[in-house]
Design a protein around this ligand. Structure first.
Ligand code: OTD
Ligand code: ZN
Ligand code: ZN
Length: 349
């Protein structure tokens, strides 16, 4: 049995770093293992303009402990008022790597997202022209659509029409959770479409969240689906297919907001992401393709070089769950994702 595995240093193509005390607490957890991350713009208020992204980037770099290196890849939050020229300038200066589309109301802090897709046509056309990717939270928000169906319906009602109307637009379907989403990606071969997959959607199905008691730390959006969908995602992740890569969607919330009457959506996976993924790939007999998923396919899609250095994972005795990390007194601790099974792989410090 393989006991150590050395791979190019991974990147996280979908990450929530927040701001202030939470940023300072969670950033080292990512920077310890990952060289770069696509940083989500869903702050309150959201990161909409190039100037706001530049200021957020400065705050992230200021929060990085001395001695650590990390490159935040910034995104802009697409609104119906977004100015195509501002987006193009932020791209041309190298500041932003992608634009993020949230259908209004789809997930945490998405109220300023898009309702009327005709209103963002100008921005999308310009992005197609300049080759700037659109990262998409792919769920419809219509109240009549069941929460478990929101991703599949989004593909037919929104994503496919938008892609047809904007030829050449490069799209990343973020955090795909269904067989339908996986199959939609597999059916396109123009190199314009890719998908990220999270740790929790590779490890858990909705039974893990709902059977034998409700587990708030497994509640995230898009919500966990049935086991057949999880199996389809694992197949995609371990296949080595360059259209699929890691986006942890690590989304920290204070423990008191998770263990609450109305639980906030999001799983804080960053500290254990690589241990979890090594477990998934080992179980599937695909450890040799972990590197493609975590370290090669993402940069290739975004037109960036893979990282030059490596990390080593070691298999050993099962590690105890990490519990919580501390922030400040006002925020309180944040619970680290625990998949509920023994994790034997860890990144060698
Ligand atoms: N999903 N929570 C959050 C974002 C994601 O859809 C997402 O990207 C969050 O807390 O920002 C979540 O469950
Ligand atoms: Zn999302
Ligand atoms: Zn997210």
């Amino acid at each position: 049995m393989t006991e150590t595995l050395t791979i190019r240093r991974p990147d996280d193509w979908h990450l929530h770093l927040r701001d202030g005390a939470v940023l300072r607490a969670v950033l080292p957890e990512t920077a310890r293992h990952f060289a770069r991350a696509i940083v989500m713009p869903n702050l309150v208020p959201p990161v909409v303009t190039g100037a706001e992204a530049a200021a957020y980037r400065d705050r992230i770099l200021a929060a990085l402990p001395t001695g650590m290196t990390f490159e935040p890849l910034m995104t802009l939050y697409l609104t119906e008022d977004t100015d195509p020229d501002d987006v193009a300038a932020a791209h041309a200066s190298g500041l932003v790597t992608a634009v993020k589309l949230y259908p209004a109301g789809a997930t945490t802090n998405s109220a300023s997202g898009v309702r009327d897709f005709d209103k963002v046509r100008g921005v999308l056309d310009r992005m197609a022209e300049i080759g700037l990717p659109l990262c998409v939270h792919g769920e419809v928000t219509d109240p009549d659509i069941d929460i478990f169906d929101r991703e599949a319906v989004f593909i037919d009602r929104v994503l496919d029409p938008v892609r047809r109307a904007t030829p050449g637009l490069r799209v990343v379907m973020e955090h795909v959770t269904t067989r339908e989403a996986r199959d939609y990606v597999l059916a396109q071969d123009g190199g314009d479409l890719a998908a990220t997959i999270t740790v929790q959607h590779l490890m858990l199905d909705r039974n893990a969240m709902l059977v034998g008691g409700l587990r708030p730390h497994y509640y995230c959006l898009p919500i966990l689906k049935r086991g057949t969908h999880r199996a389809a995602l694992v197949e995609a992740a371990i296949s080595g297919d360059p259209r699929f890569f890691l986006g942890t969607d690590s989304a920290p919330h204070p423990t008191r907001k998770k263990e609450a009457e109305c639980c906030a959506a999001g799983c804080f996976t960053a500290p254990v992401a690589l241990s979890c993924l090594a477990h998934v790939f080992e179980e599937a007999g695909a450890l040799a393709r972990l590197e493609a998923f975590t370290s090669l396919n993402g940069p290739a899609f975004y037109g960036l070089p893979a990282n030059g250095d490596t990390i080593t994972l070691t298999r050993g005795a099962a590690a105890a769950p990490l519990g919580q990390i501390e922030t400040d007194a006002e925020t309180g601790p944040i619970t680290v994702f625990d998949p509920g099974i023994p994790l034997h792989w860890r990144v060698t410090p």
